[in-house]
Design a protein around this ligand. Structure first.
Ligand SMILES: N[C@@H](CCC(=O)N[C@@H](CS)C(=O)NCC(=O)O)C(=O)O
Length: 216
């Protein structure tokens, strides 16, 4: 299939799910345009009728690519992987591929949704303890899984979608002041990944919509 112009990412600098997609684009060396959707301005621009036509779930990210619009970061990442050259984001080996999906799902279904903005807003005053509880529960499981699956990265020695999910989730954990010293494998892999250009250029502190006071 012929690619049709640059993909457009509807995202938010601080959204961990948007960051996943930015990392995937960077790893693949794909140029893209960004349309910022502020989750806080105007009561949340993701909640407008206009954005609802882009993503009916009223969440970021959404990506317009090859004439279609996709939401759900893991679906977007897998589409990019299946249609673009560059390093594989899912391994060829079926067992390793299943491990990558297991870790990605653990984070994307088992941790991130429980500390997402609209959930946290419903929790109110207890929101930090709530988020810490579910991140710690997920990280306990993840730490023990990574002890089995990891080499340099989450699964063996090649970067994969699991690493793409890990780094933004660690960033969220740090925002909620989770003690990462409890998770030496998670911490080690995150530090290794954060040395890499694709993870640096996609970081929330250097996006087009990053406010000046949060820029690095
Ligand atoms: N499963 C979705 C989750 C998307 C999601 O939760 N996005 C968050 C930001 S990371 C969001 O838009 N939150 C808006 C809200 O909670 O109102 C994905 O992986 O893309």
């Amino acid at each position: 299939m012929a690619a049709q112009g640059k993909p457009v990412l509807h995202g938010y600098f601080r959204s961990s799910c948007s960051w996943r997609v930015r990392i995937a684009f960077a790893l693949k060396g794909i140029e893209y345009d960004q349309v910022p959707v502020s989750l806080v301005k105007d009561g949340g621009q993701q909640l407008t009728d206009q954005y609802k036509t882009v993503n009916p779930m009223q969440q970021v990210p959404a990506v317009t690519i090859d004439g279609i619009t996709l939401s759900q970061s893991l679906a977007i990442i897998q589409y990019i992987d299946e249609t673009r050259p560059g390093p594989r984001l899912l391994p060829a080996d079926p067992q390793q591929r299943a491990q990558v999906r297991m870790i990605s799902d653990l984070i994307a279904s088992g941790i991130q949704p429980l500390q997402n903005l609209h959930v946290i807003q419903k929790i109110g005053a207890e929101k930090v303890q709530w988020a810490q509880h579910f991140i710690n529960k997920g990280f306990n499981a993840l730490e023990s899984i990574l002890k089995q699956t990891s080499g340099t990265y989450c699964v063996g020695n090649e970067i994969s979608m699991a690493d793409i999910c890990l780094v933004p989730q660690v960033y969220n954990a740090e925002r909620f002041k989770v003690d990462l010293d409890q998770y030496p494998t998670i911490k080690r892999i995150n530090q290794t990944l954060m040395e890499l250009e694709a993870f640096k250029v996609s970081h929330p502190t250097c996006q087009p919509d990053t406010p000046d006071d949060l820029r690095a």
